[in-house]
Design a binder for this molecule. Structure first.
Ligand code: 6PG
Length: 243
């Protein structure tokens, strides 16, 4: 685990954008393409806009970038809560990403069917070989969830890489999510966490005794590489150790 802590959210976003581009160019050099699973929620929107800006847009061959989603809400792709719609508006459209480079969850199906189809699409993309994304981007909820791995849900106990459709009692909605074993197969994993509201969760995940049921983000531990945390000082403000 490597912590990258900056004074401001803008500095965090810039650093992660640089990391995204560096990781992408490394993947394209090594195996001709860059597979990335985007995170949802609000935090990534500014990262997407920065990647699509004149500062970064010409630093990566976007025709060789393949976009997946770490999780998706069980809503239509034109719904305000859709992670796909947020990425479409903030990243795919501004960069003119071809539809063949985008793997959205098919939320026209039932949640379990959507999860099953997504797992098949991922397996096919990786030629039924090891399903190892070059980069998985993650956020952190105030309750220490990541992707749609929420406290107290059965998916936390998974041991085989897959895609699941947990029902969230608290939100009365299904989600479709990569499970932790699939996320952990990734060559690079990066958390994007900024703002005071995340400080308690950051402390629990990084410094408390292991308690997966309560702090699901503790499940994230790359098998092949390091997990990078990109945070501002506000989100890191409850950390007790010096990093
Ligand atoms: C989602 C996400 C989720 C998100 C966290 C943080 O679909 O909501 O994938 O795991 O990353 O909830 O969300 P914010 O960035 O909005 O705080």
């Amino acid at each position: 685990m490597i912590l990258n802590i900056y004074d401001t959210a803008d500095e965090v976003l810039y650093a992660l954008a640089e990391y995204f581009v560096a990781t992408g160019n490394e993947a394209i050099t090594n195996h001709g393409k860059f597979s990335v699973a985007l995170s949802g929620g609000n935090s990534p929107k500014k990262l997407h806009e920065l990647l699509a800006s004149t500062t970064f847009a010409d630093k990566l061959d976007w025709t060789k970038v393949y976009f997946f989603f770490g999780d998706e809400r069980n809503v239509p792709q034109d719904h305000a809560d859709s992670n796909y719609l947020m990425a479409k508006k903030s990243l795919f459209d501004p960069l003119y990403i071809e539809s063949n480079n985008i793997f959205a969850v098919d939320t026209t199906l039932t949640p379990n069917e959507a999860a099953q189809k997504y797992a098949e699409q991922i397996a096919e993309f990786f030629d039924d070989d090891e399903m190892s994304f070059d980069l998985v981007l993650l956020g952190l909820g105030d309750d220490a969830h990541t992707a749609s791995l929420f406290p107290g849900t059965p998916v936390l106990g998974d041991v085989t890489p897959s895609v699941k459709a947990p029902y969230l009692e608290s939100k009365q909605i299904y989600r479709i999510t990569l499970n932790a074993p699939l996320i952990n197969e990734a060559k690079h994993i990066a958390f994007l966490v900024y703002g005071e509201s995340k400080a308690e969760a950051v402390h629990h995940v990084l410094e408390d005794e292991e308690n997966i049921e309560q702090y699901p983000a503790q499940l994230i531990d790359s098998i092949v590489g390091e997990v990078q945390w990109f945070m501002d000082k506000a989100a890191a403000s409850n950390l007790e150790e010096e990093y």
